[in-house]
Design a protein around this ligand. Sequence first.
Ligand code: MIC
Ligand code: SF4
Length: 640
Amino acid sequence: MGKNIVDKIIASHRINGEDGGNIDIRIDQTLTQDSTGTMVYLQLEALGIKRVKTKLSVAYIDHNTLQTGFENADDHRFIQSAASRYGIYFSRPGNGICHQVHLERFGRPGWTLLGSDSHTPTNGALGMLAIGAGGMDVAAAMAGGCYTIKRPKVCNIRLNGKLEFPASAKDVILKILRIMSVKGGVGKIIEYSGPGVRSLTVPERATIANMGAELGATTSIFPSDEITRRFLISQGRGEHWVELEADEDAEYDETIEIDLDKIEPMVARPHSPDNVVEVRKLGKVKLDQVAIGSCTNSSYSDLMKVAAILRGKKIHPDVSLVISPGSRQVLNMLANNGALADMISAGARILECACGPCIGMGQAPPTNGVSLRTFNRNFKGRCGTSSGRVYLAGPEVAAVSAIEGYITDPTGKVPEIYINAPAIMDVDDSMIIPPADEGNKVEIVRGPNIKPFPLNKPLGGKLEGEAVLKVGDNITTDHIMPSDAKLLPLRSNIPALSVHCFEAVDGDFSRRCREKGGGFIIAGANYGQGSSREHAALVPLYLGVKGVAAKSFARIHRANLINNGILPLVFENEKDYEALEMGDVLIAENIRNAVALADTVEMHVKNKDRNIRLRLELSDRERNILLCGGLLNYWRRKLD
Ligand code: MIC
Ligand code: SF4
């Protein structure tokens, strides 16, 4: 039987044999960004290593760049000094969004990448196995540990035909989200193939791979072909190219066919990226704001298309248009070829090359405001305005809509635009600082905002606690640990952050946990979808949360719970989910034995005098991590 691309990379990176469907793989590269990075480097320090063992590790600063107080700037210094000490490249604030810069400067076909950000799969566009993970997993990979993946199902999306203007790569992934939903990719890797792949540039592939995260997929991957080779040559890295295609007779667990020529402009409506409809069927939606940028859609070609649409026009007087280029390379090129001037003349407000409004760092829309964004997530409140309504679309729809003042299908409104990126891009790595040769001489700079992170204890014999919260399906990490301009500066200060845990869902949660000494969270399906932020586990740990009983979990968050010694428990009978109420007292006797050996655990609901059964869907390694009280304790023991 022939091999698909995923099989080939796993085969060349696996360390041991397969253990109950779990595979340990070697990690070639890591990336971190600042909002998860401070924690990663604190954890790396705690592992006590001298120098990272990966082939390449990069620390980016792109999320917290507002610097409204000393906190962000202090975190940047801490990360810069830790990077230099441990042998990590440092991409300075202003150099761009981690996934875009990594694609341009570092990603390599056939290699593995582990990143402390859920959109790390963007680099799957280059034929890389690029996976998003919690900070502790990334720290462990840098320390020379492997990364364990559950053997995923490989879902083949076969692309036929060719996109026709104004349809774009964003519309392809929005269409796939409509077909598969935000849960449809859980436990799967999406591998793209078919003749349509050859019509897509690397940045277009990156847009599609990027939003595979919204499907819940482990990652997405494209072949490495002649187009990949030309992209790498344009970045002065032709020598990094290797060909990587699936064998002709490769097998997949599932295949979906997409005809690119039938794709038309799409839009995701509030408040979920899979709430997708064709723009022409949307009806009239008046806009207050249009935001163009993010790791999904801020490549050179995306922004050149935007500039071409805006050229000689003015934006609608009721719309605020903000544009954040994905990297300094992109911004420099737009500045040099005049496209930036076209945007500015049209009325665009140019932001720095960073995540910016995508993570609520500025540009929150007005009360009840409607914002159209080329980003990847439109969860309620993420934009910084709880009553805000965020729609997601591609750059063509966004640019035309900024002029019209309402969400508009560009079909027939603008002449066809095709952008050919230059054969050689402007490469300037002066904002990427190599690590010190003698790392041990570098002192780590620590500001007063950096507080120690909570560390769990080995699992005891009995667990008891109240159900301190009950929530429904598809709870995102933005619900659990919100992030905006006020909260991101607190990412290295768990005690301060803990006051805001679950704030938008239940303003009393944090106080209740303190009063009751923590307890259990009761949740529906796909609990913890979205971001990789480990804070969505670290903060509940700090508040005393011992376990989450859910119908199902999102991949990265489940791993983050385990890595912090919090039990992910799955209802055997979903009726028990319905029956449980906040305030119920749950007791698990002999929990240590159950976690060590059993597939289920019985919990006694004390105030109702009944028992419920929960599944422990754990690998041997996960059992050990939970018994040790988290991954840091587990690795310390291993490294000892
Ligand atoms: C996101 O897009 O939600 C983030 C902000 O990039 C997160 C990381 C974080 O919360 O710091 C992610 O995607 O992992
Ligand atoms: Fe940054 Fe937004 Fe991309 Fe997350 S999704 S990495 S916040 S641009």
